[in-house]
Design a protein around this ligand. Sequence first.
Ligand code: 4H7
Length: 264
Amino acid sequence: MIKFTVLTLFPEMFAPVRESILKRAQDQDLIQVELINFRNYALTKHKNVDDVPYGGGAGMVLKPEPLFAAVRDLPSAHGKRRIILLSPQGQVFNQELAKSWSQADELVFLCGHYEGFDERIRPLADEEVSLGDFVLTGGELAAMVMIDAVARLVPGVLGETASFEEDSHSAGLLEYPQYTRPPEFEGMKVPEVLLSGHHARIESWRRKESLRRTFLKRPDLMEKFKFVPEDYQLLEELAQEHPEIRKWSARWEQLKPKPKRRRK
Ligand code: 4H7
């Protein structure tokens, strides 16, 4: 059981996490999602959570007191808890971070809004994380994306059969093309090998297509990818088929099978 706690001024924005797969995961007690409106921790009689910036300028800035009070009022952690601030200045979220978070007992997301927050809020968090290099009206949508990415890694959330995708063999590569019936649609045929029933050839074809797509669409992902010796033949074929892949051949030369030395 992993608990997601969200501190937000707009808890109604989180309706999507009460639907579909995440709803089922909560009904089965695989995850818990608690929404806390930190306006309830505002100190003033008008429940102000923001104020004008010192030094002047347009817009409003989140005050530190309500968020600090809300964090201090969290029930004591029942295990590993990470407090996360959603902000475009954070480390960019990725699958590796999602995996690491899925080992936590509780993730607390602090969602800012308005023009920004008082700098003294920053040290409330253990880490600052961004969804990517773009600006949102608030941290809520980023928090929902991260909750979804982490929740699906919790055993049982996707059901029993859907865990193969996380194996280390294919991790870091784009997915291979998939087909279902009919075998021909508007002149477009399903690749013959997939109809052959030849399991080893199908596995090899899928690996090759994953490598092809990753090289062509996301060469940045290939930088850190670790090949296995069986990739050597596939990479040589891909280099023949795509001049732009040929340029990478130094990356796999060390996989080349050594000629067998003859015994006297
Ligand atoms: C925290 C600090 C996350 C939250 C500042 C949040 C993009 C992301 C926000 C801000 C977010 C992301 C204040 C930054 C208003 C932009 C005009 C809310 N935007 N804002 N500024 N990439 N916005 O994960």
